[in-house]
Structures are given as structure tokens and as C-alpha cells.
Design a protein around this ligand. Structure first.
Ligand code: SF4
Length: 334
């Protein structure tokens, strides 16, 4: 079942499968064509750096299958190559992710070197790795360089969160948010931005973002006095551990159909792959972090960051596959 859905990445493969449908789901490229659309790059202004698959948690919804047993972590040499690329690329945003990027020993060097290269530096954090008692230096570094923190906070329900992310994670996350608030993160006028990311705990699409943000704001403030800037409500991507869970619970077909039937052609213009390039722990380039998880290289070509002299060219090809339906379902995923 895992292989039933396919990628339409290379023109070669695309020719082989272009007339077929899989499990009732048309190839993503076919759906785009049917709507008279093409998915090509615009100007690339965001460099996303994936520091590795190592994580202290084993969340059920993880599209990367990251966890404590993973060994892939960006080394110092590759980190320096990424820094050189950031220097030449003149990116507006540098977006640092993982796994749990806090666990990579080179994260301090990366932040120190890139903070002056782009107006906006972001760190995606599960909060438990940041608040594990041994990372005070990193928290201070983030504050000093006004790094935007984008924190996973899947649910307001403690039981649901712990079952999705691990025992006691909910309480550890609440403690971390309180600590960040105390430092000024999420507080108006502080210049320290704290955004939350919530995602469904099962095989369904997220509810309305504005309503979810309002509810999270009210409950977090009332129960724990926690404030934040924005909340993003993302659908889970059917890759990695989440895909495995969909298969095991016999939900993959249903979930794919839901994504497919929610295809919104208006979301294509704002897809993040049009303006972002993602570099993996070993220095290879992808159109986004989901393609990285699927091993679909940028535009279908295996290119190392050390071979690039600047951002990918506007109009260049973007590799796609069935998981792209996650980004175009409903109001989209940017
Ligand atoms: S998964 Fe989403 S962001 Fe990535 S290439 Fe597909 S549409 Fe673009």
C-alpha cells in the first residue's frame, strides 16, 4: 500500500505513469494541468536548513520519521557550506528545522554566522528539546539575535498531545512557553516573535485557522497566562511516520481522497516551494522539506549546496508527488 501512490517527479517517470491513476487519485501534475496550472519557481527568498533527523520525540504525525535513534545530523563542514550559500544567496528568511535542530552541535555556529545575512531567522522547535535544562545558552542566543520561534503545539488537550508526541510532553511544552513569555517572546512590542503550529491528531484536515487561533489564544491565556503572536494550523503530510500510521490504521486511501477532493487551485500561486529552497543534513537541495522526506531532489536533480552559487532560477521546475495534495487542500499550506 505504501508504494501505491507515486511521485510524478521526473519527466521520464512521469511519461511512464502519466495516463494512470493510483487508488483513485490522479497524479498531482495531471490535476494541475486539468486546471490549466503549472508549478514553477518564482523568486526564491527563503533558505530552509534541515539540521538532521535526530529528535528527542517520536511524534506520530512526523513526516520525516525523526527520532532519538536517527544518526543523520549536519556536520560542521556542511554547516559551513550552508553558511557560504546563505552569504551568496541574499535570502530574506533563513528557516532552521530538523528533527530537533537544538540537538545539532553546530546550531550555535549557524545562528551566529547567518543572523546578519537575512532580515528574518526562524527556528522550528518542538519546545521540549529547547527546554531540556541544558540549552540556556541557545535560548539566550535566540533572544539576542531576535530569532523567530515557530513552536509545535498540536492540541490544547493534554491527553491527546501526550498520545501523539510522548509522555509529559504537554506539560514540558507549557513550561517552555511560559519561560519564553517571561523573556519577552510573544509579547507585543518586544520584537521577539513566538508563533505556534497546531495540527490534527488524526486522519482529518485541520479546522478553520482563524477560529483555532482564537480558541488557543483564549485558553492558553486563561489557563496558563501564555501569549503568542500567530498560530498556523497545518494538515499532516502523508509521509514518514504519519504515512506508516495511516497504513496501519487503514486510513491512507481515505486520507488521500480527502486531500485530493479538497484540491484548491487558488492555493497553487502561494505554495512555499515557489519561493523556498530546502537543504538537507548532508547538504543536498530540495524544493521543500516534504520532498526532502520523500527523497525528491530539487527539480529532479541531485545538487549539493556547495555547487550552487545563488538561489534557484525563477521558472525552474519543481518536483511533485502525491503528498503535494496536502499543500493544496482547502486554504493551502504555505
Ligand atoms: S509538497 Fe507542497 S511545498 Fe513541497 S513541492 Fe509539493 S506542493 Fe510544493
Amino acid at each position: 500500500m505504501l508504494n501505491e501512490y507515486v511521485s510524478d517527479i521526473s519527466s521520464e517517470d512521469s511519461k511512464k505513469v502519466s495516463s494512470k491513476e493510483h487508488g483513485g487519485i490522479a497524479l498531482f501534475s495531471q490535476t494541475l494541468s486539468r486546471h490549466g496550472l503549472q508549478l514553477n519557481r518564482n523568486n526564491t527568498h527563503t533558505l530552509q536548513v534541515n539540521l538532521g533527523m535526530l529528535c528527542n520525540q517520536t511524534c506520530r504525525h512526523c513526516h520525516l520519521d525523526a527520532g532519538p535513534g536517527r544518526k543523520e545530523n549536519m556536520d560542521a563542514e556542511t554547516t559551513r557550506e550552508v553558511i557560504s550559500y546563505a552569504q551568496s544567496g541574499k535570502f530574506e528568511t533563513i528557516d532552521i528545522t530538523g528533527g530537533a535542530p537544538e540537538l545539532n552541535p553546530n546550531i550555535g555556529m549557524l545562528i551566529e554566522e547567518v543572523f546578519s545575512l537575512a532580515p528574518r531567522i526562524m527556528l522550528r522547535s518542538n519546545l521540549s528539546a529547547l527546554n531540556d535544562g541544558g540549552r540556556e545558552y541557545l535560548i539566550e542566543l535566540l533572544k539576542a539575535h531576535r530569532v523567530v520561534i515557530v513552536a509545535s503545539f498540536p492540541s490544547l488537550n493534554e491527553t491527546q498531545t501526550d498520545s501523539q508526541r510522548g509522555s509529559r510532553i504537554f506539560q514540558i511544552t507549557i513550561d517552555a512557553l511560559k519561560k519564553l513569555n517571561a523573556m519577552g517572546y510573544g509579547r507585543e512590542g518586544s520584537g521577539l516573535e513566538l508563533n505556534l503550529v497546531s495540527n490534527p491528531t488524526g486522519a482529518f484536515l485541520p479546522p478553520n485557522q482563524a477560529q483555532t487561533e482564537k480558541r488557543f489564544r483564549q485558553v492558553l491565556k486563561r489557563k496558563w497566562g501564555i501569549v503568542f503572536n500567530n498560530l498556523f494550523n497545518f494538515a499532516n503530510v502523508p509521509l514518514g511516520r504519519f504515512r506508516q500510521w495511516l497504513v496501519e490504521t487503514n486510513n491512507l486511501d481515505k486520507y488521500m481522497e480527502k486531500l485530493y477532493s479538497s484540491f484548491n487551485p487558488c492555493s497553487v500561486d502561494g505554495l512555499m516551494c515557489r519561493s523556498l529552497v530546502s537543504v538537507s543534513w548532508d547538504g543536498y537541495l530540495y524544493d521543500c522539506d516534504f520532498n526532502l522526506a520523500r527523497d525528491l531532489f530539487m527539480g529532479g536533480h541531485k545538487i549539493h549546496v556547495s555547487e550552487m552559487s545563488g538561489p534557484p532560477q525563477p521558472h525552474s521546475h519543481i518536483a511533485t508527488a502525491d503528498h503535494c495534495y496536502t499543500c493544496t487542500a482547502g486554504s493551502g499550506f504555505t
